[in-house]
Design a protein around this ligand. Structure first.
Ligand code: PLP
Length: 430
């Protein structure tokens, strides 16, 4: 089957697996094994020398993970992917795969708090500098770039502001300067395909919409195969010079018979080998189940969230609604350019009663869950000022888009009338 010609909705069901070669099973089996019997010593030698790609040990690859990886690579329009234990592992690997101590990278300020901590503290302690810049000014990425800059990093649909990132604008600057753009597309699977807008690498916390059912933690890196690492020479020594930890392999040369997969192959055979953040086969199976209904779920998420935004907009206790459909000007243009499959499931709103009203609203919810998560089939709510953002000063909260009365909703798949009825009764008490 020629997968490139199929639509993402079809790839979600068919890419990477038709039936099990050993049993004919149509559902992807869970290969719950640590290791794999080599055919003979030549086979083993070839696998270790990467002359042949195949299963050695489940920390590095596994047939169930492999189906998920192939499926996500096909759906994103990439060349290969790497499943990891969490979204945090995916963002860590994304950077460590091309940055060493003394290097830097440029990130949008509008990113998930966990990623912010990783970039500002843990990577800093490893000698890797993150330069944060304002995503509203794409030129700020250029201005922060020097000859030690290894990548740009951003989220497609960052909350709480829900200002869609200028993907093509920043990717174009990066391509001019020889710097790849890495996009965290966690909040917009099916809605946006960042590789089509110039990004080089896409990453996911599969914990959210990909799994969808709030059961499993996981992450994914997808290599677009569209960035010429070799042409950038000294900017990417980890890919372009001999690797002492793999008998002197130069990754951009070693992959030539295999395709443009230097980045993702190094992430697997060096970082995953050494750091060990593997996705379990069982979780890979769970994510495959999630992906199969992802296109239908995303459509319903978007539909329900749009109706919730409309409802909130007309409510007397709500000062402002934050939803991509309600932005205007340049920010709305970006939402319409990059979110071609819908505006997503996230809706924010500001209660006129401020902090106390935000807490009262949350405490009054009966159907929506009060959790620090997004992307579940169930509708979720949180009051960031008293939870996720409570350690920030009032000024820093405001800079991230969190006002005292701000509430974040991740709208699920319940009947829209039931969602709105619950919001309505909780608003009456806020
Ligand atoms: N990226 C985004 C946009 C997220 O929202 C999250 C988690 O909330 C992560 C990455 C980290 O993912 P995980 O919790 O799977 O490690």
């Amino acid at each position: 089957m020629s997968e490139r010609k199929l639509h993402p909705d079809t790839l979600a069901l068919h890419a990477g697996h038709r039936s099990d070669s050993a049993t004919g099973a149509v559902a992807v089996p869970i290969y719950q094994t640590t290791s794999y019997q080599f055919r003979d010593t030549d086979h083993a030698e070839n696998l270790f020398a990467l002359k042949e790609l195949g299963n050695i040990y489940t920390r590095i690859m596994n047939p169930t993970q492999d189906v998920l990886e192939q499926r996500m690579a096909a759906m994103e329009g990439g060349v290969a992917a790497l499943a990891l234990a969490s979204g945090q592992a995916a963002s860590t690997f994304a950077i460590l795969n091309i940055c060493e101590a003394g290097d830097n990278f440029v990130s949008s300020t509008d990113i998930y708090g966990g990623t912010w901590n990783l970039f500002s503290n843990t990577l800093k302690s490893l000698g890797i500098e993150c330069r944060f810049v304002d995503p509203e000014d794409p030129e700020s990425f250029r201005n922060a770039t020097d000859d030690k800059t290894r990548c740009y990093y951003a989220e497609t649909l960052p909350n709480p502001k829900l200002n869609v990132f200028p993907i093509q604008e920043v990717a174009d600057i990066g391509r001019e300067l020889g710097v790849p753009l890495i996009m965290d597309n966690t909040a917009a699977p099916m809605l946006c395909r960042p590789l089509e807008h110039g990004a080089a690498i896409v990453l996911y916390s599969t914990t959210k919409y990909i799994g969808g059912h709030g059961t499993s933690i996981g992450g994914m890196l997808v290599d677009g195969g569209n960035f010429d690492w070799e042409a950038q020479g000294d900017r990417f020594p980890l890919l372009n010079s001999p690797d002492p930890s793999y008998h002197g392999a130069v990754w951009t040369e070693a992959v030539k018979p295999l395709g443009p997969i230097a980045y993702i192959l190094r992430a697997r055979v060096i970082l995953l080998r050494d750091l060990g953040s593997a996705m379990s086969p069982f979780n890979a199976f769970q994510f495959i189940q999630g992906i199969e209904s992802l296109p239908v779920r995303m459509a319903r998420h978007c539909d329900n969230a749009g109706k919730v935004a409309d409802f909130l907009k007309g409510h007397a206790k709500v000062d402002r609604v934050i939803h991509p459909s309600m932005h205007s000007g340049e920010i709305r243009r970006r939402a319409d350019t990059y979110l071609q499959g819908g505006y997503g499931a996230l809706v924010g709103f500001e209660l006129s009663g401020g902090h106390a009203a935000g807490k009262a609203f949350i405490d009054s919810l009966e159907l929506l869950y009060h959790v620090a998560n997004i992307g579940d089939v169930r509708s979720l709510a949180i009051h960031p000022a008293s939870t996720t953002h409570s350690q920030l000063s009032a000024d820093d909260q405001a800079a991230t888009g969190v006002t005292p009365g701000y509430v974040r909703l991740s709208i699920g798949l319940e009947h829209i009338d039931d969602i709105i009825a619950d919001l309505n009764q909780a608003l009456a008490k806020a």
